[in-house]
Design a protein around this ligand. Structure first.
Ligand code: NAP
Length: 484
């Protein structure tokens, strides 16, 4: 298995490849992405085995993740072919306007080489060939991945396969490479050839690297997809009507794969009422049935144990599952609103692993006071009934999250044109972008307008003959109208 190359070599090769990758026809890039999907699937058994050994995640979960990762790559192939991501816009010249308008044609173009930091908890879907790599390649940018140290052998093997298929598919040398090590990660962010960074990981790690990206003499965009508390609100009516199923859904969601999801519901507001008491009792029952899990790395396990110990809870407020030897059992801490407000700095911070906090609230006003303490999250979830008057609550949660979920659970992020996987700080370093879904590609593109440009010099998608979806003189024009 080939070892990773030095940052300097990878970054310079990416810079050398940048113009060719940017100029590559969209169908060619779609083929590269399809080829990467196919090679993952062709080596599925070998890769799942490697990932299981390095991450302790189950083979069934990892098998599903390979399928997801291939689907993501193919999804971005479709996005590239469709072409609306280019935001092609044409304003024809009009001398009668005040001021007169020249011929203006605007499009998005690739930023250049992108550094990608892989996450520990998705060894495929947010790792070497994950969403960041797929969307950057789709945009027309070479990629240098910083491998996550939690699965080094898997990262090297996937990179080796990727280099091979990209070369076979005719992609320029330097279009993709892999580096390793904490210092190399920092050097990658600092390297002048790197024009943007996609990062998936902790808020602390993301912040450190974001600061480095901003401190460069030429700062670059840094898209950090970070940790998240993902608040949930259960109304009195929902607790009364569906308490047991909400309890089962919550425990299933926050303990899934050892709670090692950025979308794990980590903070649940439950009414302080008989129905709320019954719901908490049902959570306790479900916890005893929940599986324990060996966490991803020793570092994750130590951080989890430290967080739980730091809580200094009394024996009455902490509920635990049953762990097998060497595994971590799920933990739920229950507090009233006063206890929550007293230590909100502790309770609103993500604990990566199977840990969640239940806050009991008496009135809607208390709920609103509690939610004010909750910082930006990737998701917010509501369990409600039709009779609930919750418009203000939806607005409060919309201002604090990237995706609001009704009567379901946040773990599980569909790959779709309408998906948004982002949110206000500290869930991300850039709340206007997403790392999942079609618009993830937008992070690696920058606008350019051409004024009175000779047709022969225009990008193909801005010529009069192009059939990509675009806006002409203020009106959206569909491909069928363009072809007519
Ligand atoms: P992490 O510790 O932040 O590591 C992520 C990457 O950043 C690693 O490659 C790590 O390299 C590097 N890194 C971290 N701090 C650094 C620093 N100060 N200087 C240079 N490099 C640094 O994250 P993790 O523990 O692996 O992953 C778990 C976190 O990811 C959780 O918080 C989870 O919620 C989040 N996550 C978020 C999403 C999302 O989409 N928002 C998805 C999945 C996971 P080294 O280890 O080599 O230092």
């Amino acid at each position: 298995m080939s070892r990773p190359v030095p940052v300097e070599e990878a970054a310079v090769a990416a810079a050398d490849a940048a113009a060719l990758v940017a100029a590559s026809p969209r169908p060619d890039r779609a083929r590269w992405l399809d080829a990467l999907a196919a090679v993952l699937e062709a080596h599925r058994d070998e890769l799942v085995q490697l990932a299981a050994e390095e991450t302790h995640l189950s083979t069934s979960r990892l098998d599903g993740e390979v399928t997801r990762t291939a689907a993501q790559l193919r999804f971005f192939a479709g996005v590239v072919l469709e072409g609306s991501y280019l935001e092609a816009t044409i304003d024809t010249a009009d001398a009668t306007l005040t001021p007169p308008r020249p011929d203006l044609r605007r499009i998005l173009r690739p930023l250049g080489p992108v550094g990608v930091f892989a996450a520990s908890n998705f060894p495929f879907a947010f790792s070497v060939l994950g969403n960041d790599t797929a969307s950057a390649l789709a945009a027309g940018c070479p990629v240098v991945v910083k491998a996550h140290p939690g699965h080094p052998l898997l990262s090297r093997r996937v990179a080796e396969l990727a280099r091979g298929v990209l070369s076979d598919a005719g992609a320029p040398p330097g279009v993709f490479d892999l580096v390793e090590g904490v210092e190399d990660g920092v050097d990658l962010v600092r390297h002048p050839a790197i024009r943007a960074v996609g990062f998936t990981g902790s808020t602390a790690g993301g912040r450190a690297l974001f600061d480095i990206a901003c401190a460069r003499s030429a700062p670059i965009p840094f898209y950090g997809e970070l940790g998240s508390i993902n608040p949930v609100v259960v109304t009195e009516a929902a607790a009364r009507r569906r308490g047991p199923s909400i309890a089962a859904g919550f425990v299933g969601s926050f303990t899934r794969d050892g709670g090692q999801y950025c979308t794990k519901p980590g903070l649940v507001f439950v009414p302080d009422s008989d129905a709320g008491d019954a719901l908490v009792a049902a959570i306790e029952e479900q916890l005893l049935l929940a599986p324990s899990q060996m966490l991803l790395t020793e570092h994750v396990t130590a951080a989890f144990d430290h967080h739980v110990a730091r809580g200094e809870f009394d024996g009455r407020s902490i509920l635990r599952g049953c762990a097998a030897v060497g595994e971590t059992d799920p933990v739920v801490v229950t507090v009233d609103l006063g206890q929550f407000l007293d230590r909100h700095d502790y309770f609103v911070h993500e604990c990566f692993g199977p840990f969640a906090v239940v806050v009991r609230y008496r009135e809607d006003r208390d709920l609103s006071v509690g939610l004010v303490q909750v910082e930006g999250s990737l998701t917010a979830t509501l369990h409600i009934e039709d009779s609930d008057d919750i418009a203000a609550l939806v607005e409060q949660l919309s201002a604090r999250s990237g995706r609001v979920i009704f009567n379901s659970w946040p773990t599980g992020v569909a790959i779709a044109w309408g998906q948004h996987h982002g949110g206000p700080w500290p869930a991300t370093t850039s709340s206007i972008h997403t790392s999942v879904g079609a618009t993830a590609i937008r992070r690696f593109l920058t606008p350019i307008a051409y004024q009175d440009c000779p047709p022969a010099l225009l990008p193909e998608e801005l010529t009069d003959e192009s059939t990509v979806p675009r806006r002409i003189d203020g009106e959206m024009v569909s491909p069928s109208r363009l072809r007519a």
